[in-house]
Design a protein around this ligand. Structure first.
Ligand SMILES: [Zn+2]
Length: 506
């Protein structure tokens, strides 16, 4: 059912110590497809992304570049925003943790947690890796060094910090994680791992001394708010918190994050919200990793290449399609340019592009470009089934299955062209009604596919919709798809939607 339900979706905020790379892109296009799907349902979507700009590593990187941390993060923020715009990400807001609105929200969180008696001072000591900006336990060290930063000296540090009484929230957190409907941790397969984290929780330090690039601790300015309260609060500051109107947007319907940061989003963050008497987010979706050549794509893992390279290959929309078709949204997957080329030619140039080209050309040739009223045929049933399968997949956030159900319809439409052979029907005046039915069902299937694929390829599918000559600028909501009747549409054949990729010969 179409509803006017509020849907607030966020992505993890990326760390501002380097420019965006392909590893960042999967999460953003996935969240964007989820947001666009909710808009297709008629929901009131608010989609927020942002940038995590504080911390020692940013200060160090800025110093190496010979600029102030603020100048550095201003430059990086511009690059992230540009990258997301080029990928067609339709976020409503972009929150930066150096903004005054964010600082106000962090200060209010701390005031509330303090009033609850959940913040206290104690000595913190341990091995500290500057590369990770984190203390390391001894069993996390390899040969006395951080496994991720073997080139750096590990430091023993002792300091008086502010601590959050996380351990006081063990029982309510367990109840939250065990909730069945709706599940808090998604995909549900990740629930047990998070449950184990909660069973072992200890209080955590939430401030640092001697870290100048951050938000000063309210009432204790020699301390800086450490990453957890600072970064996680972005989801709340983007709603205008603590202004009372923040409840028009909050709580978040889903935080979309990578599976490596479930501890912070499924344990630390809900406990902080409980402490501050703010409603807890409704769910967390932890997607898997994209690998390339066997390694996770990230700056710290050393496997990084420009996002531009991937966008230039076949365009931003094809990249979005490939990532979300190929990499299961509830698991891991790998990226390769060879596979990207194959998928592009097979799915987009051949299956979808050729179908559109053949169908629109036939309507132009046999019916003066006007789709005739016609009886429904088997392909129309396939189209209705595709909508049902798509909806079930997308409601469960299984984006790859959503794409697959739309592409199955495209294959069925191609098969029906071969079987029905409209070019033969066109030679026989007795078969005029049959030809009308074949053409109408094909146009209708294209219209359905355009709607179903619009969260994945918004611009190309808007162009396909335009060429179908529907007489309406906007696509219908998902609930209206079943009622699509193409009679009277004036189709417009044109250049291929997805020109075939021919690799340069060596
Ligand atoms: Zn490290």
């Amino acid at each position: 059912m179409t509803d006017g339900k509020r849907f607030y979706i966020t992505t993890a905020i990326d760390y501002a110590n380097g420019p965006p790379h392909l590893g960042h892109a999967l999460e953003k296009v996935g969240a964007d497809a989820m947001a666009r799907y909710r808009r297709l349902l008629g929901q009131r979507v608010h989609f927020v992304m942002g940038l995590d700009e504080h911390g020692q590593k940013v200060a160090q990187t800025a110093a190496q570049a010979g600029v102030t941390p603020q100048e550095w993060t201003d430059g990086i923020a511009a690059r992230f925003r540009q990258a997301w715009a080029e990928l067609g990400i339709g976020n409503d807001d972009f929150i930066r943790t150096t903004e005054p609105r964010h600082r106000a929200a962090v200060e209010e969180m701390i005031r509330r947690m303090q009033a609850k008696g959940d913040l206290y001072r104690a000595t913190y000591a341990g091995y500290y890796c500057v590369g990770c900006e984190a203390y390391k336990t001894e069993d996390e060290l390899v040969d006395g060094r951080c496994a991720l930063h073997p080139g750096r000296e590990i430091e023993w540090m002792e300091e008086e910090d502010w601590f959050f009484r996380l351990s006081a929230y063990r029982e309510p957190l367990l109840a939250l994680i065990d909730r069945v409907d709706p599940p808090f941790v998604q995909p549900v397969a990740r629930r047990n791992e998070v449950r184990r984290m909660v069973e072992e929780i200890k209080d955590i330090s939430v401030s640092r001394s001697l870290m100048p690039w951050g938000i000063p601790w309210p009432g204790d300015p020699q301390h800086t708010v450490y990453v957890w309260i600072d970064a996680l609060t972005n989801y709340l500051s983007a709603t205008g918190f603590p202004d009372p109107s923040y409840t028009e947007t909050w709580p978040a319907s889903v935080h979309v994050i990578g599976k490596d940061i479930t501890r912070f989003h499924c344990v630390y963050w809900p406990a902080m919200l409980m402490s501050a008497d703010v409603p807890v987010q409704e769910s967390v979706w932890a997607h898997g990793f994209m690998t390339m050549g066997g390694g996770k794509i990230s700056k710290s893992a050393g496997v990084s290449f420009t996002l531009e390279e991937a966008v230039e290959r076949h365009g931003a929309e094809a990249l979005r399609f490939y990532l979300l078709r190929e990499i299961p949204w509830d698991g891991d997957g790998s990226f390769s340019f060879d596979r990207f080329d194959e998928r592009y030619n097979a799915d987009l140039a051949n299956d979808l592009g050729n179908l559109a080209n053949r169908v629109l050309s036939m309507v132009a040739k046999y019916r003066d470009a006007i789709v005739q009223p016609a009886a429904r045929v088997e392909l129309d049933e396939h189209a209705d089934a595709a909508v049902r399968q798509y909806r079930a997949a997308m409601d469960a956030n299984l984006l790859h299955e959503g794409v697959a159900s739309a592409m199955r319809l495209v294959s069925q439409a191609n098969a029906s062209v071969s079987v029905a052979a409209p070019w033969k029907l066109a030679k026989d005046p007795e078969q005029a009604a049959a030809l009308d039915s074949v053409l109408a069902s094909l146009v209708r299937s294209l219209a359905v596919a355009a709607v179903l694929l619009s969260p994945f390829m918004p611009q190309r599918m808007a162009e396909l919709w335009r060429r179908l000559g529907t007489g309406r600028a906007e696509m219908p909501l998902l609930d209206g798809v079943g009622a699509i009747d193409p009679a009277g549409w004036a189709v417009e054949p044109g250049e291929p939607l997805f020109p075939r990729y021919e690799p340069a010969k060596a």
